[in-house]
Design a protein. Structure first.
Length: 300
């Protein structure tokens, strides 16, 4: 709910009051468009999203109002551009919900203590630090391709005196640089939708997990309630990109965010991808009116 309070307070700064009635009038049209988009969204047995699929339906005669699927190629360069403002924007634009979601993820770790954890697309290290703060992680490793993001994360780890228990390394989630059956938990927060090959990343997560280990994936999703979805998409399409640009100075980064969220599988569709990758006991834990989810899956 805090997200929509934030929307209400910021909306007049971004969209003139006289235009807000337009969005209400078009509410039904928006819902209908997005229902069509979801029905046409890639199913698990179709090929993974690649740069060849830049526009859904572009080669299959589908309606022209389809959402463009942004290229994920070398997306780490974009994150390096906004690294200096990344944490501030995450906390501001989510009304600090991202902190609560990361903490919630740690509550879903597999049983036991002294766990070994791997955090993929670790960025500035907030999820890795949250894992440590759970008190159940003996050693944690975070990997990412964005070196400027990692540099900030390393500063955080050093400032807290955690260099003996946490480390950040350059690494690709689609080619994880560790041997099989290495970790008790593998996590990724707001990173799985940036993969050029989602199924490959999921298989890699499954590979490096020990038997009995668990994958935990925190990602944005789309609310199922029509009115909540309307407010959520209004925020994602108009408020977030505008504020993101003003604060970070990057015109495309926060436009990319809403475009990737709206074109990425969520709910049961994403659970099916995890099952196909070999995970069992797959579950979708919905957060904050369905605007985010923590997906969990076990390696048996």
């Amino acid at each position: 709910m805090t997200v929509f309070i934030l929307v209400a307070s910021l909306l007049p700064l971004v969209i003139p009051r006289k235009r807000t009635y337009i969005f209400r009038r078009r509410y039904a049209q928006r819902v209908e468009r997005h229902n069509r988009m979801e029905m046409s969204m890639r199913q698990p047995d179709e090929p993974d999203m690649t740069d060849a699929q830049k526009t859904k339906g572009a080669t299959s005669g589908q309606p022209a109002d389809r959402k463009v699927v942004p290229s994920r190629r070398e997306v780490w360069k974009m994150f390096d551009r906004i690294a200096w403002r990344y944490d501030l924007l995450n906390h501001l634009l989510s009304a600090n919900q991202d902190k609560a979601w990361r903490k919630r993820l740690t509550a879903l770790l597999p049983g036991g203590n002294d766990l070994k954890a791997l955090d993929l697309a670790s960025g500035t290290g907030d999820q890795l630090l949250a894992l440590h703060d759970s008190g159940r992680i003996k050693h944690g490793v975070g990997t990412d391709l964005a070196e400027k993001m990692l540099a900030i994360g390393r500063e955080k780890i050093t400032a807290r005196g955690l260099n003996d228990s946490l480390e950040l390394k350059t690494g690709d989630a689609q080619n994880i640089p560790f041997e099989d059956d290495r970790f008790d938990a593998v996590t990724i927060s707001f990173g799985i939708r940036n993969m050029t090959d989602v199924s490959l990343a999921l298989r890699e997560m499954h590979r490096v997990l020990k038997p009995g280990g668990r994958a935990l994936i925190l990602e944005f999703s789309l609310p199922t309630n029509g009115f909540v979805r309307w407010g959520y998409l209004l925020y994602f399409r108009h408020v977030l990109p505008t504020l993101g640009k003003k604060i970070s100075g990057d015109d495309g980064a926060y436009r990319y965010l809403n475009e990737t969220v709206e074109t990425f599988p969520y709910g049961q569709a994403f659970c099916d991808l995890m099952t196909d990758a070999g995970f069992q006991n797959v579950k979708d834990n919905r957060l904050t009116l369905g605007i985010a989810s923590i997906y969990q899956g076990d390696k048996i």
